[in-house]
Design a protein around this ligand. Structure first.
Ligand code: BV8
Ligand code: ZN
Length: 242
């Protein structure tokens, strides 16, 4: 069987499928990735440890907030690509999406009631740096850096930064799905960031079949049942079918 046929076979015979995605699934929508040979953008120009960290925000809240607003300003122009749409079809059959991405492209094509676990939070909400106040962000009308109306601390993107813990409820749910799945489709991740990347190894340890779709090689390749190298927008629809 060809790698494509093997991947199709694994998905067809799966009863509990998890789709695990990274920045590569949104690359074909024009959102730059962080690492790898595709159109990288963010990290190349900026030091992630400076901008995507609480220390970076405390040091220069306006620089960090403006960087996220620059990323938010691209969202009204980008559209889900055929990879997101194919994953949406998998969700119609009960697949669960676990994503490292902070964009809202999976959400735009997901069927009602679908489960999407956002391990690293969302760029289209702000949360207070010190209390539990949260605000939706209108990407067509971006607010400048501003303070929390409840406690006066700065509002910041509702994103998990380096050195910050993931939301425990999201993490627990993700672990449950990954330990219980019989197959995992992994799309567009360099598997550099933990604890997220560990979920793929956990699924494999529990005997799930792992299909990897990625432009470049990654540490997941030697463990995967099959790896397809190429663009997600081309390959994922071929694996999933119409
Ligand atoms: C935590 C939000 C503990 C920000 C992100 C060693 C040293 C220092 C730190 C650590 C360490 N080991 C572990 C850590 C901790 C750290 C970490 O993992 N660091 C890494 C970099 C070494 N992790 C953390 O800090 C996490 N928290 O550990 O907390 C704790 C516990 C209790 C109490 C307190 C603390 C938090 C990590 C979350 C960081 N936030 N994002 C923002 O977005 O601005 S991570 C960031 O990387 C994005 O979320 C991104 O999604 C994520 C993962 O990257 P990928 O999605 O894989 O994207 P990448 O660009 O890397 O790869 C894209 C792939 O796609 C490439 O392989 C490319 O080939 C492929 N591709 C490109 N185009 C296409 C394609 N594939 C298909 N088609 C295409 N067209
Ligand atoms: Zn507050």
């Amino acid at each position: 069987m060809t790698p494509l046929q093997t991947a199709r076979d694994i998905l067809c015979n799966s009863r509990k499928l998890v789709v695990f995605t990274g920045a590569g699934v949104s690359a074909d929508s024009g959102i730059p990735t962080f690492r790898g040979s595709g159109e990288t953008g963010f990290w190349g120009k900026f030091d992630p440890m400076k901008l995507a960290s609480p220390e970076g925000f405390v040091e220069d809240p306006k620089l960090v907030y403006d960087w996220y607003n620059w990323r938010r300003s691209q969202l009204p122009q980008v559209r889900p690509n055929p990879a997101h749409e194919a994953i949406g079809r998998l969700q119609q059959e009960g697949a669960v999406v676990i994503t490292q991405n902070v964009d809202d492209l999976h959400e735009r094509v997901a069927p009602t009631g679908a489960t999407i676990l956002k391990l690293h939070g969302t760029i289209i909400e702000d949360k207070c740096f010190s209390c539990d106040h949260r605000e939706k962000v209108d990407t067509a009308n971006l607010p400048p850096l501003h303070r929390c109306p409840k406690c006066g601390a700065y509002m910041r993107p509702a994103i998990v930064w380096f050195g910050e813990a993931l939301d425990p409820d999201v993490w627990d749910a993700a672990e449950d799905y990954c330990t219980g799945c019989d197959a995992m489709l992994v799309v567009g991740t360099s598997a550099q960031v933990y604890p997220a990347a560990g979920l793929v190894f956990e699924a494999h340890r529990r005997r799930a079949n792992v299909v990897v779709v990625n432009l470049d090689e990654s540490p997941l390749d030697e463990m995967a049942n099959v790896v397809l190298y190429g663009r997600a927008a081309d390959l994922v629809p071929q694996i999933v079918g119409p």
